[in-house]
Design a protein around this ligand. Structure first.
Ligand code: 3PG
Ligand code: MG
Length: 398
């Protein structure tokens, strides 16, 4: 990945900065449930204000599909941003269909921060329409993108606008790219990848790319069941993708050819019901009964993963190893996450994790703060790991 331009290369004093954030945060009953994305925006906003810029924040929220959907307004998010900043943030209501947005932005003074209404209220946002990119560019003099988690979208506010204004990455975007480059471009080896989650079908490109990069790939979660079944193991009622057995065999074949080690569970925790506290047992991989389903990796597998981590220098983690949202089937994910966190805080391991469920799992294990870097991005993190070029990053390269 070529170098992105950063705030170090641009003078912002007296300018209006259009700042793309990802304010698409989880909201429940009008309250922000997880403010991580908002908190990570604070450094860039403070820097811009401190240097004498006025800040016009643009973001999408959810998927209103080009229509004004009142329930998907960014209005309730502006106070959460103000709380994180510890200073006032105004909200500018607009349907993006008249000239009022630019007028309101022009009224801002150095040090002011305003949040504009949901960019996806206009169909031109997702279409990356040139006229809508112009509307956004008219809000300011400089464009700063601090929304890595939206960089896989070539939308007007993430891509189109960057062709119209001097454009750089904000500090959170910069930190995210640096962390991912450290883990993937020139990693200290051995490089170990953990790939979990429900379906191989959504992780094929990821595993394909990791086969070229990682020394060891640990497969867990329900996607491991497809590999195990393809190898001929009884997996009972476990979630699996029958149509991907051939693909799974091909991946195992490719891994062997490349001398990569692809690690599957050697023992598992099984139950007869998919629910918290269901009666369960730990069994060797060849002892799953037809009426049982695999819900977690077993203790021998946890130990094996811990031993692999102990030899590793770099770890990339995407996806939980079991049904971590159901106690006690969180045990494998929690124990291995804690092992990685311990090695990281001891200075033995660079650990980078990302993807929606992954962050929730690390928070559940209480170790998100101990990893070297935890990405708040879902799709963008995955696409980076897949080796894809992210349009929102590419457009910021010098
Ligand atoms: C996200 O939360 O994944 C980002 O904000 C992007 O949102 P999207 O998946 O609706 O494009
Ligand atoms: Mg998404």
């Amino acid at each position: 990945m070529a170098l992105v331009k950063t705030l170090d290369s641009i003078a912002v004093a007296g300018k209006r900065v259009v700042l793309r954030l990802d304010l698409n945060v989880p909201v429940e009953n009008g309250q922000v449930r997880d403010a991580t994305r908002i908190e990570r925006a604070v450094a860039t906003i403070r820097e811009l204000c401190g240097k004498g810029a006025a800040v016009v924040v643009v973001s999408h929220f959810d998927r209103p599909k080009g229509k004004v959907v009142p329930g998907l307004s960014l209005a309730p998010i502006a106070p959460a941003l103000a709380a994180a900043l510890g200073s006032p943030v105004r909200f500018i209501a607009t349907d993006w269909r008249n000239g009022k947005a630019a007028e309101a932005a022009r009224a801002l003074r150095p040090g002011d921060v305003a949040v504009m209404e949901n960019t996806r209220y206009h169909p031109g946002e997702e279409a990356n329409d040139a006229a809508f990119a112009q509307v956004l560019a008219a809000l300011g003099d400089i464009y700063v993108n601090d929304a890595f988690s939206c960089a896989h979208r070539a939308h007007a506010s993430t891509e189109g606008i960057a062709h119209l204004l001097p454009s750089v990455a904000g500090r959170a975007m910069q930190a995210e790219i640096e962390a991912l480059e450290k883990a993937l471009e020139k990693p200290a080896r051995p490089l170990v990848a953990v790939v979990g989650g429900a379906k191989i079908s959504t992780k094929l490109d990821l595993v394909g790319n990791l086969l070229g990069l990682a020394d060891t790939i640990i497969i867990g979660g329900a996607m491991a069941n497809t590999f195990l079944a393809a190898r001929g193991y009884e997996v009972g009622l476990s979630l699996k993708e029958d149509d991907l057995f051939g693909t799974a065999r091909q991946i195992m074949h490719d891994a062997a050819g490349l001398a990569r080690s692809l690690v599957l569970p050697q023992d598992v925790v099984v139950a007869r019901e998919f629910k918290a506290h269901a009666a369960h047992r730990s069994v060797a991989m060849d002892a799953v009964a037809a009426g049982e389903m695999i819900l977690d990796i077993g203790p021998a597998s946890v130990a094996a993963v811990g031993a692999i981590f102990a030899q590793a220098r770099t770890l990339v983690w995407n996806g939980p190893l079991g049904a971590f949202e159901l106690t006690p089937f969180d045990a494998g994910t929690v124990a291995t996450a804690r092992a990685a966190a311990r090695l990281t805080t001891q200075g033995h391991l660079v650990s980078v994790a990302g993807g929606g469920d992954t962050v929730a799992a690390l928070n559940h294990a209480g170790v998100a703060g101990d990893f070297t870097y935890v990405s708040t991005a879902g799709g963008a993190f995955l696409e980076w790991l897949e080796g894809k070029t992210l349009p929102g990053v590419a457009v910021l390269t010098a």
